[in-house]
Design a protein around this ligand. Structure first.
Ligand SMILES: [Zn+2]
Length: 232
């Protein structure tokens, strides 16, 4: 309940309690005597000052009620208007609202609650319950959208990982065939300008592996740079 009160409202309630306290003490300490017009009471100057001080606190409350110049108690009443107005509306129908699942109204089954922690449910004014339910559904909707987005990102991430693995494997193949091609090369000094003879099988494997890598990269939108070094 305390979090339903504003700090200003709590301050006014404390000031009213303080006024009640010092008034009680002044009355308790007062002395009755017979005056010219009948029964009178005298209180000590200290008690009088304490009551006056408590009233001054109320008199310092905001004086912003349009068209009024309220007395201290009127200012307190005005400062607590939000609470007094809601307290004055007992005719508003109350319904059961469960903050756990947003359900409004009675739970049909006698032996089952709307949710395991349905004990959180409260009886609140119907319009407020409906507003709470709307807010709950918006929040759930947002949560659903966020979860769908997360699922989408996870799927994309998985796809990307698989693609990277595939490309890495193809790259390994290409490197391996290049090594094999170098190892298979036969030095040839018989013809000028041709340093080595490449066996056709090694050359075919090398070209296949590189073609596969290039095709895969192209297909995935990773086109090799066009201005890169050209091989003759
Ligand atoms: Zn519930």
């Amino acid at each position: 309940m305390a979090d339903l009160l504003t700090p200003a409202e709590v301050g006014v309630i404390r000031a009213l309690i303080e006024l009640a306290r010092v008034t009680f003490r002044a009355f308790d300490d007062s002395e009755e005597f017979e005056g010219d017009d009948g029964r009178c009471h005298s209180i000590s100057s200290q008690d009088f000052d304490d009551v006056e001080k408590a009233i001054d606190v109320l008199d310092e409350l905001p004086d912003d009620k349009p068209g009024y110049a309220p007395a201290p108690y009127g200012k307190a009443q005005w400062a607590l208007r939000r609470l007094l107005i809601s307290a004055d509306l007992p005719s508003e129908p109350l319904v059961r609202y469960c903050p756990g699942c947003g359900s409004v109204g009675v739970v049909e089954s006698k032996y089952r609650d709307c949710c395991p922690d349905g004990g959180e449910a409260r009886m609140i004014p119907q319009p407020l319950a409906e507003k709470c339910q709307d807010t709950f559904q918006i929040a759930i909707g947002n949560l659903g959208a966020t979860q769908a987005e997360i699922a989408g990102l996870e799927a994309a991430n998985l796809h990307l990982s698989a693609m990277i693995d595939e490309l890495r494997e193809l790259l390994q193949d290409a490197k391996r065939t290049m090594t094999e091609l170098h190892q298979a090369a036969i030095p040839d000094e018989s013809t000028e300008g041709v340093p080595a003879i490449i066996p056709p099988e090694a050359f075919r494997k090398f070209v296949d592996a590189h073609a596969m890598l290039c095709f895969c990269m192209h297909q995935r939108g990773h086109n090799p740079p066009k201005d890169g070094p050209q091989r003759g």
